[in-house]
Design a protein around this ligand. Structure first.
Ligand code: ATP
Length: 394
């Protein structure tokens, strides 16, 4: 249907980029990027009138629009364009161009494939730069020698894609990466773009492997001079899956996001102020900042506490009750002590679920005056219950 609207407007329409790559690889991808040879915004307007939907965003300067169709489909629509870089890593200048030129400005051959959507040529694969062959042989290859100079974020993208699909970086491309790194081109990227790439990397399933590559290529220093990701951090990160399975086995419903734990592992060699500066500079969300600082501020103390002999449940309850599930998962991740995991388990499956059958309201209903005294009494009773000092008749 989308293709028909393009037919009626006399425009060539293509689906491009990651969707086509993943279609050929048989990997699910729900991001639909369309390119129109012509005015993309005008096409977007036509689309929403004829197929029912709305334009969510449009950028006149770039000729792009985001369309939500009422059938639930979300489309990113762009006018085919070329981008000029006035100086290395500069924001690109945009000019209308053919599909071939549009594909040529893309990062890798595997991301420069298109499929035509017009009815007469529906499904035709357009492959100007050997993308299909590179997909077949598992290679990440740039389209020209200035690619990493134009946009150094492609260095991080190359490492991301090669690990995600278990592809090799083609040898000339690898040399170009090394050359670009020697020229310090990453320095030209804004913190916004760098932070965005790191956040995307942390969300990858293979983030631990990608971080090993970032370390190998000496790229972590652009985020913070003291960041490292060696075998030690890598091995810890591999245990994240075990901890998540352990939590799942305990019947814990809260989801632990891997990327939180990876980030907590990444920052553990920094001191507290550096952690805060690094995360705020790269615009990580505030809750993540506090979780990362936790790694530095409280972990030791809590681990020591949980290792004390004859520790009372109330103390554990009050200590762990302030922690997020990610913080507890991190504790479980870094400890070799079975007692620590036992207490976390105890807290998660038992202690935090203990409720008093009597509340302040019940006491008020019996005609007594409410007051701080009640709260104190109730909290004392709860502590006793946590410690197993009460049975149900008390
Ligand atoms: P993912 O599965 O990670 O979303 P993707 O290929 O769809 O992969 P996007 O970042 O959504 O990645 O970009 C969409 C397309 O835009 C890419 O396939 C590529 O053609 C192009 N592209 C994105 N970033 C760049 C870049 N830095 N330089 C050149 N082309 C890019």
């Amino acid at each position: 249907e989308v293709g028909k609207v393009a037919d009626d407007s006399g425009l060539n329409l293509y689906i491009v980029g990651g969707f086509v790559r993943d279609l050929i690889l048989g990997v699910e991808n729900l991001d639909i990027d369309l390119v129109v040879e012509g005015d993309g915004i005008e096409f977007a307007q036509k689309l929403v009138t004829e197929l029912d939907g709305e334009i969510k965003e449009s950028h006149q300067d770039f000729g792009t629009a985001i369309v939500n169709l009422n059938n639930g489909l979300k489309l990113d629509i762009a006018s085919s364009r070329i981008e000029y870089y006035e100086y290395p890593a500069a924001p690109p200048q945009v000019e209308a161009a053919s599909l071939k030129e549009d594909l040529f400005r893309r990062d890798f051959t595997t991301n420069a494939l298109a499929i035509q959507l017009n009815s007469k040529k529906f499904g035709k694969l357009i492959d100007y730069f050997g993308g299909q062959e590179d997909l077949d042989s598992g290679l990440i290859r740039v389209l020209h020698n200035f690619s990493f100079i134009d946009d150094p974020s492609r260095i991080l993208r190359a490492l991301k894609f090669s690990n995600r699909y278990d592809f090799e970086i083609e040898s000339l491309t690898r040399e170009l990466i090394e050359h670009a790194i020697d020229q310090d081109v990453i320095k030209g990227l804004t913190t916004g773009r760098l932070g965005n790439e790191l956040a995307l990397i942390l969300m990858e399933k293979v983030a631990p492997e990608i971080l090993l590559d970032l370390n190998r290529f000496n790229l972590l220093k652009y985020f913070h001079p003291d960041l490292t990701w060696t075998e030690k951090e890598y091995n810890l990160a591999l245990k994240v899956t075990n901890i998540k399975e352990w939590l799942e086995g305990l019947g814990i419903e809260e989801e632990v996001d891997n990327c939180y734990l990876y980030l907590m592992i990444l920052v553990r060699s920094l001191d507290k102020d550096d952690i805060r500066d690094f995360l705020l500079k790269f615009k990580f969300p505030n809750d993540l900042v506090s979780k990362a600082i936790f790694v530095k501020e409280e972990v030791k103390e809590i681990l020591n506490l949980l290792l004390q002999s004859r520790l009372q449940s109330t103390i554990v309850y009050h200590k762990l009750n302030d922690l997020s599930i990610e913080e507890m998962a991190y504790l479980a991740l870094i400890t070799d002590q079975p007692e620590v995991k036992e207490w976390i388990k105890d807290y998660l499956v038992k202690l935090r679920r203990i409720e008093l059958e009597v509340t302040g309201k019940d006491i008020i209903e019996l005609g007594h005056d409410p007051g701080p005294c009640f709260r104190r009494v109730l909290s004392k009773v709860k502590d006793k219950k946590l410690n197993g000092e009460l049975d149900s008749y008390d």
